[in-house]
Design a protein around this ligand. Structure first.
Ligand SMILES: Nc1ncnc2c1ncn2[C@@H]1O[C@H](COP(=O)(O)OP(=O)(O)OP(=O)(O)O)[C@@H](O)[C@H]1O
Length: 479
């Protein structure tokens, strides 16, 4: 790693070879005592200015810990956020008060959840009501929507009946796998409940019996399973979930399939639509296709999360964006990062270029075979790869806790060249999960700077400028 690209105080530490940034290793040193740890913490990370202080092994170790905490672990406190009425994680309720069955309570606690988030506490009573009620729900990215609808499905299935009872549609292969894993994990104490994946590459033979109660899949494959292969008796489906519902009902390709599957559901089937974003017109459409829904809706100014700080660097051209990215590399690889590109072509150019220049990187785009996609996302999730270069295929839903920085190598655009606000929000929402701190960095050509103002106006938010040359500016980010 080129130490000169590091902020001042990290630079001196790195030059002294005291911190193994690449591997986030804690440098062995004298174990700091608690009082000293507190004192240093209260001083703040920027107070480690002198070499002398770095000489002290206790301080070195503490510094390392602080960097880890601000970048990798983030000094966030879910407990505190959950008591703040302004936070999307706020909840006055406990999971017990949501009347979940014992096996599910065991499941959520085993996952380390102590209290429900706002969306979970508000949506679950509606979803579990009898008779079942439909719901269209919006909540910011990373606030626990997946767990909310997973709990609803797991609460509704009759485990003794070995046939599909719930269908959940996701827009991508990766998200379907991730959501299925959450359902499996959460339901691990519910004996006999199974999940099956209706995704590309998993094709049971025609007429085979599916004994899983929950089907999670992408719209095209689920449609094939229901209508072409006749694997699913749709008249038994009691819960139908559309995750990322706005793209599922509005974007060509997804919408034809999703709406066809939805129309085949029995009249009594409960419809649950979730997303962090719903353009006004899409919201109206959703209300038209879901009978008599309960509604949980956010205001525009509630959409961005305070825990994600947004920045931009103004660049002259693509090449300068690339060199800026290289300058940032030491910083973005302290934790994990996702770099978004507008097209597959740019993504593969960028990942090739970065690897040629000796940077570790993994590419995930739609052109890869599904097995390669699964392999790449698995390696990234495991932390074996620190930087993921991708397209919008990973913009939504992907939940990797250690992602501290999202870089928009290109701003997300609609086909007409205007800013795609929804995708912007989903992309930056890959960091700052469940109250953690995160950073969104936009590399923007000067001719496109007006787009940043449009984003600021749209979400009543602020995107701060960073100086291209002087990455000591970056220092300010973490403080
Ligand atoms: N009640 C909870 N307590 C602690 N952690 C939680 C809780 N609910 C969810 N999480 C964690 O928060 C993270 C984000 O949750 P999730 O992926 O469900 O968010 P989401 O709202 O679906 O996000 P997106 O809009 O990006 O799809 C996950 O790692 C999940 O395990």
């Amino acid at each position: 790693m080129a130490a000169s690209y590091l902020p001042r105080f990290w630079r001196s530490a790195a030059q002294a070879d005291r911190l193994d940034f690449q591997n986030n290793n804690i440098v062995p040193g004298k174990k700091p005592d608690f009082e000293q740890a507190k004192e240093v913490e209260e001083k703040g990370t920027n107070n480690f200015e002198t070499e002398d202080e770095f000489e002290n092994p206790a301080n070195r170790s503490l510094l390392n810990k602080l960097i880890r905490r601000s970048l990798v672990e983030s000094p966030y406190n879910v407990e505190v956020l959950q008591r703040d009425p302004k936070s999307p994680l706020y909840s006055v309720k406990t999971f017990e008060e949501l009347h979940l069955k014992r096996a599910l309570l065991d499941g959520v606690y085993a996952m380390g959840f102590n209290r429900p988030s706002k969306i979970q506490a508000n949506a679950l009573p509606m979803m579990l009501a009898d008779p079942p009620q439909n719901l269209i729900a919006q909540s910011q990215s990373g606030t626990g929507k997946t767990a909310a609808f997973a709990l609803a499905m797991l609460s509704r299935v009759e485990a003794k009946k070995s046939y599909p009872q719930c269908i959940c549609l996701s827009p991508t292969f990766e998200l379907a796998l991730q959501t299925g894993k959450v359902i499996e994990e959460m339901g691990k104490f519910c004996d006999e409940v199974k999940v099956v994946y209706a995704v590309r590459g998993n094709r049971p033979s025609r007429g085979s019996h599916i004994d899983a109660q929950i089907i999670i899949g992408t719209p095209g494959t689920v449609m094939d399973w229901c209508f072409k292969l006749r694997l699913v008796d749709v008249s038994n489906i009691s819960v139908f979930v559309l995750d990322e519902a706005d793209v599922m009902i509005n974007v060509q390709g997804h919408s034809d399939h999703s709406i066809r599957v939805k129309r085949a559901m029995p009249k009594t089937c409960q419809m649950l639509l979730f997303s962090a974003t719903f353009e006004d017109s899409v919201w109206c459409f959703a209300e038209r296709i879901v009978p008599d829904p309960n509604i949980i809706k956010l205001k525009k100014e509630e959409l961005t999360l305070d825990n994600i700080q947004q920045f931009y660097v103004a660049c002259e051209c693509k090449e300068q964006k690339y060199s800026t990215l290289c300058n940032l590399y030491g910083i973005i690889t302290i934790a994990q990062a996702i770099i978004f590109c507008q097209t597959r072509k740019i993504a593969s150019w960028l990942s090739r270029q970065l690897s040629d220049d000796g940077h570790g990187v993994v590419l995930l785009s739609g052109e890869l075979a599904v097995s390669d996609r699964a392999h790449m996302i698995h390696r990234f999730r495991e932390g074996k790869e620190k930087v993921l270069v991708t397209t919008n295929v990973c913009a939504r839903g992907i939940d990797v806790e250690q992602v501290s920085i999202v870089v928009n190598f290109d701003l997300p655009l609609n086909v007409d060249g205007s800013v795609d606000y929804e995708t912007y929000l989903h992309r930056i929402g890959r960091t700052g999960r469940f109250g953690k701190k995160g950073i969104a960095m936009n590399l923007v050509e000067k001719k496109c700077l007006h787009m940043l103002q449009e984003i600021e106006k749209q979400f009543k938010t602020r995107i701060k400028k960073l100086n291209n040359q002087d990455f000591d500016d970056m220092e300010k980010i973490w403080t």
